[in-house]
Design a protein around this ligand. Sequence first.
Ligand code: URA
Length: 295
Amino acid sequence: MPDLPDALALLRDVLIHRRDAGERTVAVTAAALDRLRGLRHRLSEAPGHALSAEPAAPVTAPPVAAPVVEKTAPPTPVSVGDEASRIAALAREAEHCPTCRGLGTLRDTMVFSVGNPAADLMFVGEAPGFEEENQREPFVGPAGQKLTQIIRAMGLRRPEDVYISNIVKFRPKEGDGRFQGQRNRKPTPEEMAASVKYVLAEIEVVRPRVIVALGATAMEGLLGISGSVSRMRNRFQDFNGTPVMVTYHPSYLLRQESQSPDQGKGDKRRVWEDMLLVMEKLGLPVSDKQRGYFL
Ligand code: URA
């Protein structure tokens, strides 16, 4: 359980993010409002307290009109608490995401992220699929197993050394979603536009030294570039000062492996070449064995 100051800071973060997601009012009972006022007063008297150092938004009677913000603006990066609690606050906000849920084309279960919110290396994928939805964790199905192999081949551990997330936080529906079974589909541009603010906010919190964009959806969501991954891979792109390596999605590797083994081998090698560049950028040791993988 967070202590009281952390709980209040988290509450504030949630309210800021809801506002930035387009919500205009927050219903608060009079009793809750009184208790909040009392808590703020007590905290502001505590010497050196985090909340007393930074003026917080005034608590006003409901309905609270939030300042008008661009609907497309990403959530304000949260500025208090450690990375894990800040990510948890974003996840709680994403769970309600009015723009995502309002589309009616995404399923109900939110799958946010996994890994170390202070990691140097962040992977960004597309959207959760059947397995991910069941386990509420990104990249746990067949593509996830492939990604885990890649992470291990880099000499890293999942989840300790990496942070893994997706552009879209809900599994895209097929039809009305009732008889979807294990079928997954790519998110639409509308679904991406509704969700991408969360991954942008996650990047602000994690501040990874390198981001790997897995596949065209991640490339488009992060860099705004559509088209073929093969044109963009194998060199670093820039995302607000953070190097981004675009590479093939692990699902693509699996498809290629089964449909055209020779091409699949070549693509695996190409992903590995991209990962070698990532390792070098991060200053990770690269052994001769690692350099020669997939040759
Ligand atoms: N594919 C993705 O892009 N993300 C997942 O979490 C799983 C499969």
